[in-house]
Write a protein that binds this ligand. Structure first.
Ligand code: FAD
Length: 366
């Protein structure tokens, strides 16, 4: 794990056209840390103070309490042991607070209430439908059932350590070896549980950083590989709607700084040109085709439609040795793009691209 410090700028893609749902963030890496276009930046976030305040209320902890965590047995733990720690710090920097409650959490919660009604309600919960699908957390259950008096130690046993979140790097080291840019979509909306708002931990944390702040993380090389071919003359087909454009921007930046770069086609998609077209003001030496899913009358709704509409051009680049890159939603978009490429190049053609490492994906789900 390496320190990532001094984000030297935070942008909302220009003042005139603010896009509140996505942040483009530039961070400065510590000396000696290097990266390549297509790598990931893993980020360790902290919980939001409002969320921590909610947790302390649900757990009925007095403000400013300091605790010493101890552990029975030899199990390893992510918590700081044997030192006095303010509870707020413990809840801010050491545990995930919004994870879905498990079945065994429900049993534990039932054991900390004397109230027969609450026990009955907990027993009647359909776990898959009422908890898992709605992503209900232990804290949300404590709020819903105030007769549960959950001790801090039992709560800490239920919480996992803070997981790093990954962001596809949106810049090239050729533009500045110690500066990385990431493109972060904010997770923020009415909670699926039906109670209150849900803010994604890491995206909210990154969006709240000020220039000059320090955050922690490390550079990760994706596996399977996701990087440009060694020969800059190799043609590229880049497909990445929404925040899936993140690493493709890094590739385009890299190509713009190399002599004799080969041709590139970009297939980008978003809802509406006036609302969520990321990096719209940037121009690259590439054939850019955009699909808009919420613009009536526009010829392409999704990137796969735009690909099919340019089948001859795509096929030509593939025949000339193009590398194909797909980034973004792995659940619906990536399979739909593969189906479109099969229509264009045939199953055999796509299988050959895959076998030769010329079909690279950086996809994430859910
Ligand atoms: P979390 O706190 O982790 O919450 C997300 C979870 O909450 C999800 O399970 C989601 O289903 C659930 N959820 C969403 N909305 C609600 C709701 N209203 N109520 C209840 N639950 C809800 N992201 C980018 O923005 N840009 C990138 O370039 C990028 N690259 C990635 C590359 C890789 C390889 C991977 C694996 C992921 C990438 N991601 C990227 C996703 C990113 O890592 C995070 O998952 C994302 O930012 C959300 O993290 P978070 O901490 O903000 O949300």
């Amino acid at each position: 794990e390496e320190l990532v410090r001094d984000p030297s700028g935070l942008w909302d893609f220009g003042e005139e056209r603010p896009r509140p749902g996505v942040r483009s963030i530039v961070a400065e890496l510590p000396e000696g840390i290097t990266y390549e276009a297509g790598n990931h930046l893993a980020v360790y976030a902290k919980n939001d103070p409002e969320l921590v305040a909610w947790a302390t209320r649900c757990l009925r902890l007095p403000a400013g309490q300091v605790v010493r965590v101890s552990q029975e047995g030899e199990r390893s733990t992510h918590l700081p042991l044997g030192v006095p720690v303010p509870v707020e710090l413990l809840l801010t920097e050491f545990v995930e607070l919004q994870e879905v409650a498990t079945r065994s959490d429900l049993e534990t919660l039932a054991s900390f209430t004397e109230c027969p009604w609450t026990r009955g309600e907990l027993a009647r919960i359909d776990y898959a439908e009422d908890v898992l699908a709605k992503r209900v957390s232990v804290l949300a259950l404590l709020e819903r059932f105030p007769s549960i008096a959950l001790p801090l130690e039992a709560f800490l046993e239920m919480c996992g350590p803070i997981r790093p979140r990954f962001y596809s790097i949106s810049s090239s080291p050729l533009a500045g070896p110690r500066r990385v840019r990431i493109t972060v979509g904010l997770v923020d909306g009415p909670a699926w549980s039906g109670a209150g708002r849900y803010r994604g931990m890491c995206s909210a944390y990154l969006a709240g950083l000020e220039p000059g702040d320090t955050f922690y993380g490390y550079v990760r090389v994706p596996s399977p590989p996701f990087h440009l071919p060694a020969d800059p003359a190799t043609p590229l087909v880049l497909i990445g709607p929404g925040t899936g454009f993140a690493p493709l921007r890094g590739f385009l930046e890299e190509r713009s700084l190399l002599p004799d770069a080969g041709p590139a086609k970009v297939f980008y998609g978003c809802r509406h040109p006036e609302h969520d077209w990321l990096y719209r003001d940037e121009t690259w030496d590439a054939d850019v085709r955009v699909a808009f899913s919420a613009l009536p009358g526009h010829p392409h709704r999704y990137v796969q439609d735009a690909l099919l509409a340019d089948a001859v051009g795509v096929r030509d680049l593939v025949d000339r040795g193009a590398y194909v890159y797909v980034c973004g939603d792995g659940v619906r978009m990536a399979p739909a793009v593969r189906r479109a490429l099969v229509e264009i190049c045939g199953e055999e053609g796509v299988s050959r691209l895959e076998a030769e490492g010329r079909y690279q994906q950086d996809v994430f789900g859910g």
